[in-house]
Design a protein. Sequence first.
Length: 383
Amino acid sequence: MSLNEIPKSELEGELVRLRQQLAEYETIFNAGTIYFWYKDAHNRILRVNNAAAALDGYAPAFFEGKRTEDIFPKEQAAAFYKDDLQVINSGKPKLNNVELHTPSGTNETRWLKISKVPTRDENGQVNGVIAYGFDLSDEEKSEVEVERSKILLESVINGIYDPIFVKDEKHRFLLLNDTMCEMMKKPRSELLGKSDYDFFSKEQADIFWAHDDLILGSNDVDINEEEFTREGQTHTLSTIKSSFINPLTGKRNLVGSIRDITARKQAETELHQLRSYLANIIDSMPSIMIGVDKEGTVTEWNLEAARVTGVKNKDAIGQLLVQVFPRLASDMRGVNKAISTKREVIELKRSYQQDDTTYYEDVIIYPLIAKGLEGAVIRVDDV
Protein backbone atom coordinates (compact mmCIF):
# COMPACT_ATOMS: atom_id res chain seq x y z
CA MET A 1 0.00 0.00 0.00
CA SER A 2 1.41 3.39 -0.99
CA LEU A 3 1.35 6.46 1.20
CA ASN A 4 -1.46 7.89 -0.96
CA GLU A 5 -3.61 4.83 -0.30
CA ILE A 6 -3.44 5.18 3.51
CA PRO A 7 -6.55 6.85 4.91
CA LYS A 8 -6.02 10.40 6.11
CA SER A 9 -7.30 9.52 9.57
CA GLU A 10 -4.65 6.82 9.95
CA LEU A 11 -1.91 9.20 8.80
CA GLU A 12 -3.02 11.84 11.25
CA GLY A 13 -3.14 9.25 14.01
CA GLU A 14 0.38 8.02 13.14
CA LEU A 15 1.62 11.62 13.09
CA VAL A 16 0.16 12.23 16.55
CA ARG A 17 1.79 9.04 17.81
CA LEU A 18 5.18 10.00 16.35
CA ARG A 19 4.96 13.50 17.83
CA GLN A 20 4.11 12.01 21.21
CA GLN A 21 7.01 9.58 20.92
CA LEU A 22 9.33 12.43 19.91
CA ALA A 23 8.16 14.46 22.89
CA GLU A 24 8.90 11.51 25.17
CA TYR A 25 12.38 11.12 23.68
CA GLU A 26 12.90 14.88 24.00
CA THR A 27 11.95 14.72 27.67
CA ILE A 28 14.33 11.84 28.28
CA PHE A 29 17.01 13.57 26.20
CA ASN A 30 16.87 16.80 28.19
CA ALA A 31 15.67 15.74 31.64
CA GLY A 32 18.66 13.70 32.80
CA THR A 33 22.15 14.64 33.95
CA ILE A 34 23.80 12.68 31.17
CA TYR A 35 25.46 14.89 28.54
CA PHE A 36 24.65 14.29 24.85
CA TRP A 37 26.35 15.67 21.73
CA TYR A 38 25.31 14.83 18.16
CA LYS A 39 27.97 15.51 15.51
CA ASP A 40 28.29 14.87 11.80
CA ALA A 41 31.32 13.32 10.12
CA HIS A 42 32.85 16.76 9.50
CA ASN A 43 33.13 17.77 13.16
CA ARG A 44 30.01 19.95 13.14
CA ILE A 45 27.75 19.82 16.17
CA LEU A 46 24.17 19.07 15.12
CA ARG A 47 22.55 19.10 18.51
CA VAL A 48 23.25 18.95 22.25
CA ASN A 49 20.94 18.37 25.17
CA ASN A 50 20.28 20.79 28.01
CA ALA A 51 22.84 19.16 30.32
CA ALA A 52 25.64 19.38 27.73
CA ALA A 53 24.72 22.98 26.93
CA ALA A 54 24.67 23.95 30.62
CA LEU A 55 28.07 22.31 31.09
CA ASP A 56 29.55 25.01 28.89
CA GLY A 57 27.20 27.81 29.94
CA TYR A 58 25.22 28.24 26.73
CA ALA A 59 21.75 27.51 25.38
CA PRO A 60 21.47 24.37 23.20
CA ALA A 61 20.85 26.43 20.06
CA PHE A 62 24.27 28.08 20.43
CA PHE A 63 26.03 24.84 19.50
CA GLU A 64 24.07 23.92 16.39
CA GLY A 65 26.18 24.07 13.22
CA LYS A 66 29.39 25.01 15.02
CA ARG A 67 32.61 23.02 14.90
CA THR A 68 34.27 21.98 18.15
CA GLU A 69 37.23 24.31 17.56
CA ASP A 70 34.78 27.23 17.43
CA ILE A 71 33.83 26.56 21.04
CA PHE A 72 36.57 24.73 22.91
CA PRO A 73 40.32 25.34 23.39
CA LYS A 74 42.35 24.25 20.37
CA GLU A 75 44.06 21.26 22.00
CA GLN A 76 40.84 20.02 23.57
CA ALA A 77 38.88 20.36 20.31
CA ALA A 78 41.60 18.44 18.43
CA ALA A 79 41.44 15.63 21.00
CA PHE A 80 37.64 15.44 20.68
CA TYR A 81 37.80 15.20 16.89
CA LYS A 82 40.60 12.62 16.99
CA ASP A 83 38.36 10.35 19.07
CA ASP A 84 35.41 11.04 16.76
CA LEU A 85 37.43 10.00 13.72
CA GLN A 86 38.41 6.72 15.36
CA VAL A 87 34.72 5.90 15.77
CA ILE A 88 33.77 7.17 12.29
CA ASN A 89 36.59 5.34 10.49
CA SER A 90 36.21 2.08 12.40
CA GLY A 91 32.43 2.10 12.67
CA LYS A 92 32.87 0.81 16.22
CA PRO A 93 31.90 2.48 19.50
CA LYS A 94 34.48 3.83 21.90
CA LEU A 95 33.21 3.38 25.42
CA ASN A 96 33.95 4.70 28.92
CA ASN A 97 36.93 6.91 28.18
CA VAL A 98 37.94 9.34 30.91
CA GLU A 99 38.44 12.85 29.54
CA LEU A 100 39.39 16.20 31.02
CA HIS A 101 36.82 18.80 29.97
CA THR A 102 37.41 22.55 30.20
CA PRO A 103 34.09 24.44 29.87
CA SER A 104 34.24 27.11 27.19
CA GLY A 105 35.59 30.46 28.40
CA THR A 106 36.73 29.15 31.81
CA ASN A 107 39.80 27.69 33.47
CA GLU A 108 37.70 25.13 35.30
CA THR A 109 38.41 21.45 34.64
CA ARG A 110 36.00 18.56 35.08
CA TRP A 111 36.55 14.84 34.71
CA LEU A 112 33.97 13.14 32.49
CA LYS A 113 33.46 9.53 31.46
CA ILE A 114 32.61 9.70 27.75
CA SER A 115 31.33 7.08 25.31
CA LYS A 116 30.95 7.55 21.56
CA VAL A 117 28.92 5.50 19.08
CA PRO A 118 28.62 5.89 15.30
CA THR A 119 25.42 7.05 13.60
CA ARG A 120 24.46 5.68 10.18
CA ASP A 121 22.35 6.80 7.22
CA GLU A 122 19.61 4.74 5.53
CA ASN A 123 22.32 2.89 3.57
CA GLY A 124 24.21 1.89 6.70
CA GLN A 125 27.10 4.30 6.09
CA VAL A 126 28.57 6.06 9.11
CA ASN A 127 27.60 9.73 8.96
CA GLY A 128 28.40 11.00 12.43
CA VAL A 129 28.86 10.37 16.12
CA ILE A 130 26.71 10.47 19.21
CA ALA A 131 28.79 11.22 22.31
CA TYR A 132 27.33 10.85 25.77
CA GLY A 133 28.85 11.03 29.20
CA PHE A 134 28.60 12.02 32.83
CA ASP A 135 30.70 13.42 35.66
CA LEU A 136 32.98 11.03 37.47
CA SER A 137 32.19 10.13 41.05
CA ASP A 138 34.54 11.35 43.78
CA GLU A 139 35.98 7.84 44.01
CA GLU A 140 36.59 7.71 40.26
CA LYS A 141 38.17 11.18 40.35
CA SER A 142 40.52 9.99 43.08
CA GLU A 143 41.48 6.99 40.98
CA VAL A 144 42.14 9.25 37.99
CA GLU A 145 44.25 11.62 40.08
CA VAL A 146 46.27 8.70 41.46
CA GLU A 147 46.87 7.42 37.95
CA ARG A 148 47.81 10.90 36.71
CA SER A 149 50.20 11.33 39.65
CA LYS A 150 51.74 7.97 38.86
CA ILE A 151 52.21 8.90 35.21
CA LEU A 152 53.69 12.28 36.20
CA LEU A 153 56.10 10.64 38.67
CA GLU A 154 57.21 8.11 36.06
CA SER A 155 57.73 10.88 33.51
CA VAL A 156 59.80 12.92 35.97
CA ILE A 157 62.08 10.11 37.14
CA ASN A 158 62.50 8.77 33.61
CA GLY A 159 63.56 12.24 32.52
CA ILE A 160 66.41 12.23 35.05
CA TYR A 161 69.76 11.23 33.55
CA ASP A 162 71.05 9.60 36.74
CA PRO A 163 69.78 6.12 37.70
CA ILE A 164 67.03 6.30 40.36
CA PHE A 165 65.64 3.41 42.42
CA VAL A 166 63.37 2.72 45.39
CA LYS A 167 63.68 -0.36 47.62
CA ASP A 168 61.37 -1.71 50.31
CA GLU A 169 62.36 -2.75 53.82
CA LYS A 170 63.45 -6.15 52.44
CA HIS A 171 65.75 -4.54 49.87
CA ARG A 172 63.48 -5.41 46.95
CA PHE A 173 63.23 -2.99 44.04
CA LEU A 174 59.87 -1.19 44.02
CA LEU A 175 60.61 1.44 41.40
CA LEU A 176 63.37 2.08 38.87
CA ASN A 177 63.76 4.72 36.20
CA ASP A 178 64.75 3.97 32.63
CA THR A 179 68.39 4.91 33.22
CA MET A 180 68.63 2.44 36.12
CA CYS A 181 67.27 -0.32 33.89
CA GLU A 182 69.80 0.59 31.21
CA MET A 183 72.63 0.49 33.73
CA MET A 184 71.50 -2.93 34.94
CA LYS A 185 71.01 -4.06 31.33
CA LYS A 186 67.69 -5.62 32.35
CA PRO A 187 64.06 -4.81 31.53
CA ARG A 188 62.08 -3.29 34.39
CA SER A 189 59.91 -6.40 34.64
CA GLU A 190 62.95 -8.53 35.54
CA LEU A 191 64.15 -6.09 38.21
CA LEU A 192 60.97 -5.27 40.15
CA GLY A 193 60.58 -7.37 43.27
CA LYS A 194 64.18 -8.61 43.09
CA SER A 195 67.15 -7.68 45.28
CA ASP A 196 70.86 -7.03 44.70
CA TYR A 197 71.67 -10.70 45.35
CA ASP A 198 69.76 -11.61 42.18
CA PHE A 199 72.15 -9.60 40.01
CA PHE A 200 75.47 -9.08 41.80
CA SER A 201 78.10 -11.19 43.46
CA LYS A 202 77.57 -11.90 47.15
CA GLU A 203 80.52 -9.67 48.03
CA GLN A 204 79.08 -6.68 46.19
CA ALA A 205 75.53 -7.30 47.38
CA ASP A 206 76.77 -7.53 51.00
CA ILE A 207 78.29 -4.05 50.66
CA PHE A 208 75.14 -2.60 49.09
CA TRP A 209 72.92 -4.09 51.80
CA ALA A 210 75.16 -2.87 54.63
CA HIS A 211 74.74 0.73 53.46
CA ASP A 212 71.02 0.17 52.82
CA ASP A 213 70.51 -1.12 56.36
CA LEU A 214 72.16 1.98 57.82
CA ILE A 215 69.66 4.18 55.97
CA LEU A 216 66.59 2.02 56.56
CA GLY A 217 67.28 2.20 60.28
CA SER A 218 67.66 5.98 60.49
CA ASN A 219 66.75 9.34 58.99
CA ASP A 220 70.28 9.91 57.76
CA VAL A 221 71.47 10.48 54.22
CA ASP A 222 74.25 8.21 53.01
CA ILE A 223 76.69 9.45 50.37
CA ASN A 224 79.08 6.74 49.36
CA GLU A 225 81.34 5.53 46.58
CA GLU A 226 80.71 1.94 45.57
CA GLU A 227 82.30 -0.42 43.07
CA PHE A 228 79.97 -1.90 40.47
CA THR A 229 81.09 -4.74 38.21
CA ARG A 230 79.06 -5.79 35.17
CA GLU A 231 80.25 -7.91 32.27
CA GLY A 232 83.84 -7.78 33.50
CA GLN A 233 83.98 -3.98 33.73
CA THR A 234 84.31 -2.23 37.08
CA HIS A 235 82.73 1.20 37.51
CA THR A 236 82.98 3.62 40.41
CA LEU A 237 79.56 4.85 41.47
CA SER A 238 78.66 7.76 43.73
CA THR A 239 75.41 6.85 45.47
CA ILE A 240 73.10 9.02 47.56
CA LYS A 241 70.55 7.15 49.67
CA SER A 242 67.87 8.31 52.09
CA SER A 243 64.74 6.77 53.56
CA PHE A 244 61.07 7.69 53.80
CA ILE A 245 57.86 6.22 55.19
CA ASN A 246 55.80 4.63 52.43
CA PRO A 247 52.26 6.02 52.91
CA LEU A 248 50.76 2.87 51.37
CA THR A 249 52.44 0.41 53.73
CA GLY A 250 53.55 2.54 56.68
CA LYS A 251 57.00 0.97 56.40
CA ARG A 252 60.33 2.63 55.78
CA ASN A 253 61.59 2.49 52.19
CA LEU A 254 64.85 3.59 50.62
CA VAL A 255 65.33 5.91 47.66
CA GLY A 256 68.67 6.21 45.95
CA SER A 257 70.33 7.95 43.04
CA ILE A 258 73.51 6.89 41.30
CA ARG A 259 76.12 8.74 39.30
CA ASP A 260 78.86 6.93 37.41
CA ILE A 261 82.04 8.78 38.34
CA THR A 262 84.45 6.31 36.75
CA ALA A 263 85.68 8.84 34.20
CA ARG A 264 86.05 11.51 36.89
CA LYS A 265 88.02 9.17 39.15
CA GLN A 266 90.28 8.23 36.24
CA ALA A 267 90.80 11.91 35.46
CA GLU A 268 91.59 12.62 39.12
CA THR A 269 94.12 9.78 39.15
CA GLU A 270 95.73 11.02 35.95
CA LEU A 271 95.79 14.58 37.30
CA HIS A 272 97.41 13.40 40.53
CA GLN A 273 100.00 11.46 38.55
CA LEU A 274 100.66 14.46 36.33
CA ARG A 275 101.04 16.76 39.33
CA SER A 276 103.44 14.29 40.93
CA TYR A 277 105.40 14.10 37.70
CA LEU A 278 105.60 17.90 37.41
CA ALA A 279 106.48 18.23 41.10
CA ASN A 280 109.35 15.77 40.62
CA ILE A 281 110.62 17.79 37.67
CA ILE A 282 110.36 21.07 39.59
CA ASP A 283 111.97 19.60 42.70
CA SER A 284 114.87 18.20 40.68
CA MET A 285 115.77 21.65 39.32
CA PRO A 286 118.67 23.52 40.96
CA SER A 287 116.71 26.78 40.59
CA ILE A 288 114.28 28.22 43.11
CA MET A 289 110.81 27.73 41.59
CA ILE A 290 107.84 29.43 43.26
CA GLY A 291 104.30 29.69 41.94
CA VAL A 292 102.08 32.56 43.12
CA ASP A 293 98.62 33.85 42.25
CA LYS A 294 97.93 37.49 41.44
CA GLU A 295 97.44 38.27 45.15
CA GLY A 296 100.89 36.87 45.96
CA THR A 297 99.69 33.66 47.62
CA VAL A 298 102.12 30.76 47.16
CA THR A 299 100.76 27.90 45.03
CA GLU A 300 104.01 26.02 44.27
CA TRP A 301 107.19 25.70 46.36
CA ASN A 302 110.01 23.43 45.24
CA LEU A 303 112.74 21.76 47.28
CA GLU A 304 115.33 24.43 46.45
CA ALA A 305 112.98 27.14 47.75
CA ALA A 306 112.53 25.11 50.93
CA ARG A 307 116.31 24.62 51.31
CA VAL A 308 117.15 28.29 50.82
CA THR A 309 114.39 29.65 53.10
CA GLY A 310 114.14 26.82 55.62
CA VAL A 311 110.35 26.82 55.06
CA LYS A 312 108.84 23.45 54.15
CA ASN A 313 106.48 23.04 51.22
CA LYS A 314 103.43 22.33 53.41
CA ASP A 315 104.11 25.46 55.46
CA ALA A 316 104.63 27.72 52.44
CA ILE A 317 101.64 26.74 50.29
CA GLY A 318 98.75 29.12 50.92
CA GLN A 319 100.92 31.78 52.57
CA LEU A 320 101.82 35.19 51.16
CA LEU A 321 105.17 35.32 49.38
CA VAL A 322 106.27 38.32 51.45
CA GLN A 323 105.81 36.26 54.63
CA VAL A 324 107.70 33.12 53.62
CA PHE A 325 110.33 34.70 51.34
CA PRO A 326 110.67 38.40 52.32
CA ARG A 327 113.65 38.91 49.99
CA LEU A 328 111.35 38.43 46.98
CA ALA A 329 108.66 40.85 48.20
CA SER A 330 109.64 43.43 45.57
CA ASP A 331 109.10 40.84 42.82
CA MET A 332 105.33 41.13 43.23
CA ARG A 333 105.59 44.20 40.97
CA GLY A 334 107.16 41.94 38.35
CA VAL A 335 104.42 39.36 38.90
CA ASN A 336 101.71 41.94 38.24
CA LYS A 337 103.57 43.21 35.16
CA ALA A 338 104.02 39.70 33.76
CA ILE A 339 100.32 38.95 34.24
CA SER A 340 99.11 42.23 32.72
CA THR A 341 101.48 42.13 29.71
CA LYS A 342 101.47 38.34 29.34
CA ARG A 343 105.23 38.54 28.87
CA GLU A 344 108.20 37.32 30.85
CA VAL A 345 109.84 39.80 33.20
CA ILE A 346 113.61 39.28 33.34
CA GLU A 347 116.10 40.77 35.77
CA LEU A 348 119.69 39.49 35.39
CA LYS A 349 122.52 39.57 37.91
CA ARG A 350 120.47 41.27 40.56
CA SER A 351 122.47 41.74 43.74
CA TYR A 352 121.46 41.27 47.35
CA GLN A 353 123.32 41.32 50.69
CA GLN A 354 123.41 38.43 53.12
CA ASP A 355 125.78 37.98 56.05
CA ASP A 356 127.95 40.89 54.83
CA THR A 357 128.34 39.13 51.49
CA THR A 358 127.08 40.27 48.11
CA TYR A 359 125.32 37.65 45.99
CA TYR A 360 124.00 37.80 42.45
CA GLU A 361 120.98 36.10 40.99
CA ASP A 362 118.94 35.98 37.80
CA VAL A 363 115.19 36.37 38.29
CA ILE A 364 112.72 35.40 35.56
CA ILE A 365 108.97 35.71 36.10
CA TYR A 366 106.72 33.69 33.77
CA PRO A 367 103.04 34.64 33.45
CA LEU A 368 100.48 31.85 33.94
CA ILE A 369 96.97 32.56 32.68
CA ALA A 370 94.53 29.68 32.16
CA LYS A 371 90.76 29.17 32.61
CA GLY A 372 90.30 32.47 34.40
CA LEU A 373 93.14 31.83 36.86
CA GLU A 374 95.96 34.35 36.87
CA GLY A 375 99.36 33.86 38.42
CA ALA A 376 103.07 33.53 37.75
CA VAL A 377 106.11 31.35 38.32
CA ILE A 378 109.19 32.99 39.81
CA ARG A 379 112.49 31.34 38.89
CA VAL A 380 115.61 32.38 40.78
CA ASP A 381 119.12 31.18 39.81
CA ASP A 382 122.23 31.89 41.85
CA VAL A 383 124.84 33.29 39.43
